[in-house]
Ligand binder design. Structure first.
Ligand code: ATP
Length: 513
């Protein structure tokens, strides 16, 4: 199936099974804003819990906060967002469509990589087992030619972005003949800067009101609370502050479903360290965060690091963790060594001393910061898209199954009476009542048992428990596994431990140690 078709199916499935709805759908929707449905919210909460517990429960020196969305507007001056949180945008005069100039150029760069990969795939097929991919990439003249062109473009683009040279960005678009995907023409406007922050008014009268922003990241809420947490928690360096919360960005080109939204959620952890030790901590967090992803079992080959060559002016190291989405490898999480940029600037703008007294060194200083920042919605999309499968069974039938990592699944087990009589429903409810304190359970008695299994497969429920007449005689049930569809007969008394082994968040967290 073409990747584009697959992605369309995934989006349709998310709606049909109560995971993600377009916001304000009955009013024809609001662009790039989404709502999570009855199953989506459970999956999302489980992702957040996995992250939150991994941060604040497994580390004695990481604590959480929940800061507000509105903050003093000067914070966004200090952070650089008022002056520099801009995207370069360009319009096509024929289609009237607006694009990010940087994204158009990055797509062009990616085309060279596609060409290289095609050459490699062709050669791999031709040479079979004897194929040495590394050698081929290093020596094949056609591959080298594409790589040279890619690097030339990349260098020119990186310089233009670093200098924020808008004319040069436009010139690159013209020189490389980049056309609008809708109109197919090169009739481009100038490139302009566009600030991504949403603003609103706070206060009741127009004279007395103040322009405030909806936060574009949760990080600043952590920085401005650094002293509060350090002092009240008597925290000693190194230590971290974690936060999960909404962020808002007026994205110019919002596309790819929940990958790029205007209202989204972030899970951020700022780790404060001694100056000079930051690169060592950066390395540690880079490894620790990948381990968190890999523990979900979604395949090592689907992740990669993308180290930044072009660093923001305040960062001295940065990398992204990318995941293979149906539309290619994309950033899910960023890990940044932000030096003392944020805390120093808040010192400057607030006039308050924001320093840490280090008892070992017997001096005060502004700590350095390693940030790990992941989008909840992007994480949701990676898990959801990766789990989706249209499986052809041995008997030729097909089923749609979500192979969600079991601890993240919205419903852990469905309990089904074989028939709606003879006391089987009561027995089923009894089982639910005994398990519902630890697991999210669902009762299902409608339709044939086969149809009920399919329904649970489609929402990723790891177990289906069926109550039949034998249950009343010997206190056993059949338990069916989502992925293998295998069924076995087990005692009701063993259900708790069987479920717990596979769906427990604790077992998942243990993999991180
Ligand atoms: P991009 O380059 O894709 O715009 P970014 O580098 O601006 O992302 P950061 O500012 O580093 O992103 O934000 C950290 C994380 O927040 C990202 O890795 C991503 O998971 C998430 N995120 C950022 N913008 C959005 C958005 N518009 N919609 C959903 N998630 C987002």
């Amino acid at each position: 199936m073409a990747q584009e078709d697959l992605f369309k199916k995934i989006v349709a499935h998310a709606k049909e099974y109560g995971f993600v709805f377009q916001s304000s759908e009955i009013y024809d929707g609001l662009s790039a804003v989404y709502d999570y449905g009855q199953n989506g919210v459970e999956l999302k909460n489980n992702i957040k819990r996995y992250w939150w517990n991994a941060m604040t429960q497994l580390h004695e020196n990481i604590v959480g906060i929940d800061s507000s969305i509105f903050m003093h507007p000067t914070i966004w001056k200090a952070s650089g967002h008022v002056d520099a949180f801009n995207d370069p945008l360009i319009d096509n005069r024929d289609s009237k469509k607006r694009y990010r100039a940087d994204v158009l150029i990055e797509d062009e760069i990616a085309k060279f990589d596609d060409k290289i990969n095609k050459e490699v795939a062709k050669a791999a097929k031709k040479f079979g087992e004897n194929f040495d991919e590394k050698l081929y990439r290093e020596t094949n003249p056609r591959v080298l030619e594409h790589a040279k062109k890619r690097d030339e473009l990349h260098e020119r683009y990186a310089k233009a972005m670093n200098d924020m040279n808008l004319e040069e960005l436009r010139q690159i678009i013209l020189d490389y003949g980049i056309v609008c995907p809708i109109s197919g023409t090169k009739n481009w406007t100038d490139v302009r800067q566009f600030n991504l922050m949403f603003s609103t008014e706070m206060g009741s009268t127009s004279e007395g009101s103040m322009k405030v922003y909806l936060r574009p990241e949760t990080a600043q809420g952590i920085f401005v609370n650094f002293l509060n947490v350090q002092k009240t928690g008597r925290m000693r360096l190194p230590f971290g502050i974690a936060q999960i919360g909404k962020a808002f960005r007026n994205e110019i080109v919002a596309r790819q479903f929940i990958f790029r939204m205007r209202e989204f959620e972030q899970m951020e952890m700022q780790f404060f360290v001694r100056p000079g030790e930051e690169l060592e901590w950066f390395k540690k967090w880079k490894a620790a965060r990948l381990k968190w992803h890999l523990a979900l079992g979604m395949g090592e080959e689907n992740y990669r690091y993308h180290d930044h060559e072009k660093l923001a002016h305040y960062a001295n190291a940065a990398t992204d963790i990318e995941f293979l989405m149906p539309f290619g490898f994309k950033e899910v999480e960023g890990i940044h060594s932000r030096t003392d940029f944020d805390l120093s600037n808040h010192e400057k703008f607030s006039g308050k001393k924001i320093q840490y007294f280090d008892p070992e060194l017997n001096k005060s200083y502004v700590p350095y910061v390693i940030e790990t920042s992941i989008g909840v919605d992007r994480m949701f999309l990676s898990v959801f898209a990766h789990s989706y499968e249209e499986e052809t069974l041995e008997n030729g039938e097909t089923r749609v199954v979500l192979h969600l990592p079991a601890p993240l699944a919205p419903i852990k087990a469905a309990v089904m009476p074989l028939v709606r009589k003879d006391g089987l429903p009561d027995k089923a409810r009894e089982i639910i009542d005994s398990l519902k304190f630890d697991f999210k359970m669902q009762y299902d008695e409608k339709d044939s048992i086969g149809k009920r299994y399919r329904r649970q497969d489609a929402v990723g429920t790891p177990f289906c428990i069926t109550v039949d007449h034998q249950t009343l005689e010997d206190n056993t049930v059949t338990i069916r596994h989502r992925d293998t569809m295998e069924q076995s007969r087990v005692s009701i008394d063993d259900l708790h431990s069987i479920l717990n082994k596979e769906v427990s968040m604790t077992e998942l967290l243990k993999k991180l140690l």
